[in-house]
Design a protein around this ligand. Structure first.
Ligand code: SAM
Ligand code: SF4
Length: 329
């Protein structure tokens, strides 16, 4: 193995979040309220399968064991099964996850599993079909629910569900969400709304602190679960009366960045050291031949030296990220 990816704060990077497209068919109020608009008209310029294979191999050779395939909506890629297969068959990668809006799950999740997908996160911001429609711009609640059922049917033992809590939309649904996971092996992850470059008033109006939810959970007998090395950023809670678990993703909490173990690659092949960082560092010129791997690794190692200790969200600075569909959340 080449030298493990590590930064000057001794954080090791086991986890790669790989975006494979910026395109999305939903219009979530907090992400792409007006839908996807190509930045430069070049839809075809997302990473190709050979480029994906090379970047994943380089990361695996430097200690990465988990890859999340994200977007935009990753399942919009026609070669999505091939991408999963390529990642899953990379030596050293033992967890292959995706984050999806779920609209293709009912039809395709069986193929994804066969291709090697080990973990699924699906975004469901409301358990009311009308509110779901209002938040996502799509009347696809039933379809997404059918997708979750199908995931269990084809053999997934747990499905993770992401919900972004927002004051004026779904905050009142917390009890309904808890009830929903009582008998289902779902890890329900409440994600704090994050401010991005294209959002201001919406954030002020809708941001809900995860700390309030945590207090509520602890009062109701939920207890924290111990973290593993390549876990994501959620604080996970379990309860003896619930089959499901709750995850809280609280990027505004002090210390959130101390356990950072992930790096990101955008759909156009840029390295992002932080979700809320910089413009990204071009890697694509080093993804054209297998023989370039050593140079690719060297470029990433050099960049890691400048990874900052923390994001600056608390100061209202969301960096250069216009919305999370641009680097996959
Ligand atoms: N389209 C897929 C989906 O929605 O699951 C994958 C990409 S999406 C950018 C990944 C995750 O980021 C989703 O769970 C979404 O809810 C979350 N997300 C997007 N914008 C966000 C924001 N401003 N604050 C918090 N979470 C956000
Ligand atoms: Fe699309 Fe996901 Fe963004 Fe919603 S959160 S608009 S589904 S990329």
């Amino acid at each position: 193995m080449a030298q493990q990816f590590e930064d000057k704060f001794h954080r090791k990077f086991y986890y790669l979040r790989l975006s494979v497209t910026d395109v999305c068919n939903f219009k979530c109020t907090y992400c792409l309220p007006e839908g996807y608009k190509p930045v430069d008209g070049e839809k075809s310029s997302f990473l190709s399968l050979p480029e994906i294979k090379r970047v994943v191999k380089a990361f695996a050779d430097c200690g990465t064991s988990k890859v999340r395939i994200t977007g935009g909506e990753p399942s919009l890629r026609r070669d999505f099964n091939d991408i999963i297969h390529a990642v899953a068959s990379t030596s050293g990668i033992d967890k292959v996850a995706t984050t999806t809006n779920g609209y293709r799950m009912a039809k395709q999740v069986g193929q994804w599993r066969e291709a090697g997908l080990t973990h699924i996160n699906v975004s469901v911001d409301s358990l009311s079909p009308r509110m779901f429609h209002q938040i996502t711009g799509e009347n696809k609640f039933e379809q997404v629910m059918a997708g979750i059922d199908k995931a269990f049917e084809v053999g997934y033992e747990q499905v993770k569900v992401n919900a972004v809590l927002m004051n004026s939309f779904n905050l009142r649904e917390v009890p309904a969400f808890l009830n929903w996971i009582k008998d289902r092996p779902i890890q329900l992850r409440f994600i704090e709304l994050m401010q991005t470059g294209e959002m201001d008033h919406f954030f002020q109006k809708n941001h809900v602190s995860g700390a309030t939810i945590r207090t509520q959970l602890l009062n109701e007998g939920w207890v924290p679960k111990v973290r593993q090395a390549n876990d994501g950023p959620a604080q996970v809670f379990v309860h003896p009366d619930y089959k499901g678990e709750i995850g809280l993703i609280m990027p505004y909490e002090k210390g959130f960045c101390e356990t950072c173990n992930r790096l990101r690659i955008s759909a156009k092949g840029k390295l992002h050291l932080c979700l809320f960082g910089e413009q990204g560092v071009e890697l694509r010129d080093l993804l054209q031949e297998d023989e370039q791997e050593a140079d690719l690794i060297a470029r990433i190692q050099t960049q890691l030296e400048s990874k900052s200790v923390s994001h600056h969200l608390q100061d209202g600075n969301s960096g250069a990220t216009p919305h999370l569909a641009s680097i996959g959340g």
